[in-house]
Design a binder for this molecule. Structure first.
Ligand SMILES: Cc1cc2nc3c(=O)[nH]c(=O)nc-3n(C[C@H](O)[C@H](O)[C@H](O)COP(=O)(O)O)c2cc1C
Length: 335
């Protein structure tokens, strides 16, 4: 299920599955855990151009990746073409990712106020200048982009946005099927994603609300997207990539993880985090939100979330795991 040598960085698989960039989630550890489970292409969380110039510890963490993550991209955001181009050039020299990804979809006000993220969906001249400047700055390294379908329901403009980006030299486009105003509410509009895929020659990667292999097969069948990007579902169920890969290849070799395997995975993720941060308490505190996401795939999730809210050591997680497996087995026997 891992990236086969021979495939090119931009075309890693016939129908690649992308792990969506997610701030505070898709760090090097989580990306590798998803790669081991079939994610073909990985991207860092978004990093500001200014963050690159300051090179503080946070930025270093955002940019950190291992060789076995390739193909891996660094996602940048900002609204100043010169700054973003310079930041992209520095990132390429500094860590050498396989591609630079530009964020034109972030709905967060702090980002939008500075003309970054989805603000550029409302300003085509600036969008074009930003994309073209970064493409020029890092050529021949590929530059990809991620957009939302528009600013609001009244201004859905993704096909036009896509054409501008294609003309500016963007080589692949991920489309999250929501507007900026929607945030994460409502449903992703796959009709618009399909329209974008039919409007440009560059590969379009569909993104939004894929939570199962059935969802993935349906989107693949009904649109001409060149691949799929999965975000929140992977936070709860990182095996989703392997499940989709097996369904696409018509093999029946995907077996959902057992409860014991899920716990082994969770404990391992915590250990890796401790190894990376050094400080166990700090590592476990930073893992809490991730543990909350994992609990959604487990029985008795609410009780687990109460316990996860207080954890400070791997030993505590191991105790919770043991008790939970005994409790779950007992309640199965009762039922
Ligand atoms: C916690 C979180 C952080 C996110 N951070 C980013 C980000 O840094 N860059 C980005 O382009 N999108 C970001 N997104 C959006 C996701 O990449 C994706 O477009 C969105 O979650 C829809 O896909 P899904 O339905 O599969 O989750 C974030 C989403 C979440 C939930």
């Amino acid at each position: 299920m891992t990236f086969a040598p021979g495939r090119s960085a931009m075309n890693p698989a016939p129908f690649p599955l992308f792990l969506a960039p997610m701030a505070g989630v898709t760090d090097t550890i989580f990306r590798r855990l998803c790669r081991e489970r079939g994610a073909d292409v990985l991207t860092s969380e978004f990093v500001s151009a200014e963050g690159i110039f300051h090179r503080n510890e946070r930025t270093r963490e955002y940019l950190e990746f291992q060789a076995d993550e390739r193909p891996v991209g660094v996602q940048l955001f900002g609204g100043d073409p010169g700054h973003l181009a310079e930041a992209a050039r520095q990132v390429v020299d500094w860590v050498g990712p396989d591609f630079i990804d530009l964020n034109f979809g972030c709905p967060v006000n702090k980002v939008v106020c500075k003309q970054g993220g989805s603000a550029l969906l409302k300003d085509f001249p600036l969008l074009e200048r930003v994309a073209a400047a970064v493409v020029r700055a890092v050529a021949p390294r590929p530059v990809t982009a991620k957009i939302r379908i528009g600013w609001s329901a009244a201004t859905i403009n993704a096909p036009a946005t896509a054409r501008i980006l294609e003309n500016a030299g963007i080589t692949r486009l991920a489309v999250h099927g929501r507007t900026k105003e929607q945030g994460y509410s409502g449903l992703a509009d796959w009709d618009v994603i399909a329209e974008v895929a039919a409007s440009v020659r560059i590969p379009v990667i569909g993104n939004g609300d894929i939570v199962s292999a059935d969802d993935a097969l349906k989107r693949r069948r009904e649109t001409s997207v060149a691949g799929l990007m999965i975000g929140r579902a992977a936070m709860t169920n990182p095996w989703i990539f392997a499940e989709i890969q097996a369904a696409m290849e018509h093999t029946h070799d995907f077996r959902p993880p057992t409860l014991a395997e899920r716990w082994t995975f969770i404990v391992n993720h915590c250990r890796l985090e401790v190894g990376r941060r050094g400080d166990e308490r700090r590592a476990l505190r930073s893992m809490r939100s991730r543990l909350m996401a994992y609990s959604r795939g487990l029985p008795h999730g609410r009780h687990l979330r109460e316990q996860f809210a207080r954890v400070e050591s791997v030993a505590e997680i191991e105790d919770i795991a043991t008790a939970h497996q005994i409790e779950t087995a007992a309640s199965r026997e009762d039922g």
